[in-house]
Design a protein around this ligand. Structure first.
Ligand SMILES: C[S@@+](CC[C@H](N)C(=O)[O-])C[C@H]1O[C@@H](n2cnc3c(N)ncnc32)[C@H](O)[C@@H]1O
Ligand SMILES: [Mg+2]
Length: 224
């Protein structure tokens, strides 16, 4: 690991200890996910807590997540919901979805959180067809080439004032490379073009470093 990456990880460890703390359900969720062979690509603890605090700050009652993996970020988000709130998380892999459901159950969140298996594009279309109530917060963290599509669906499934958060938009800095042919970089760049051209969205992005490397979030407020 390069020296700056060691430092980012050390700072994440310090921040976890200083501000986040240990949590049995979240630790267990990561342990179970690793044991089941899921890739270690969940958000970090400091990022999970950021999602949690943002959901509390917008008073989210309904949260939509695209990309569950083992349910780690879903636990952080669902814990911000009131008792009658709802989190729907979309996951293509039946194996990942099963781990996420078990982890949400172990965290005592099975009454508010649901994992739907299938291609997110299909599940999102179903939510629109079913006339789902608008979501207050959407967290997009699945296959990056589909980001433009996911943001377009999220706009249909939210209301003015909703917050949409997209993970992994910096990609180690590759996002700034206009010549990149990487499908994930292209997905993020096209998503930003779509947002910039959409009068019903206002957005910014933050670059992040930490235990999971150099990346970032795009934050979108739905304005109309
Ligand atoms: C980065 S992981 C999600 C991490 C999770 N949000 C967390 O931080 O704990 C991305 C997930 O998206 C899922 N995924 C990939 N393509 C998908 C698709 N087309 N529809 C739904 N889920 C998809 C993957 O199987 C994987 O579990
Ligand atoms: Mg991510």
């Amino acid at each position: 690991m390069a020296q700056h990456e060691q430092q980012w990880t050390a700072v994440d460890e310090y921040l976890d200890a200083a501000l986040v703390g240990q949590d049995a359900a979240l630790t267990a969720a990561l342990e179970v996910s690793a044991r089941q062979g899921l890739p270690e690509i969940a958000v970090t603890a400091t990022q999970g807590k950021l999602l949690h605090l943002l959901a509390l700050t917008v008073g989210a009652r309904r949260i939509l997540e695209v990309g569950s993996l083992g349910g780690y970020s879903a636990i952080w988000l669902a814990r911000a919901l009131p008792a009658d709130g709802r989190l729907i998380s979309l996951e293509i892999s039946p194996a990942h979805a099963a781990v996420a459901r078990a982890n949400l159950h172990e965290a005592g969140l099975e009454k508010v959180a649901e994992v739907r298996t299938g291609r997110a594009a299909d599940s999102l279309a179903e939510l629109v067809d079913d006339g789902a109530e608008p979501f207050d917060l959407v967290f997009i963290d699945a296959d990056k080439p589909s980001n433009p599509e996911y943001v377009a669906w999220a706009l249909k499934l939210t209301r003015p004032g909703s917050l949409i958060i997209v993970d992994n938009v910096v990609r180690g800095g590759q996002v700034a490379d206009a010549q990149s042919t990487d499908p994930s970089v292209l997905g993020v760049r096209r998503m930003h073009e779509l947002i910039a051209a959409e009068p019903r969205m206002e957005a910014t992005a933050v670059q992040t470093v930490g235990a999971k490397g150099y990346d970032g979030f795009t934050l979108i407020r739905v304005t109309g």
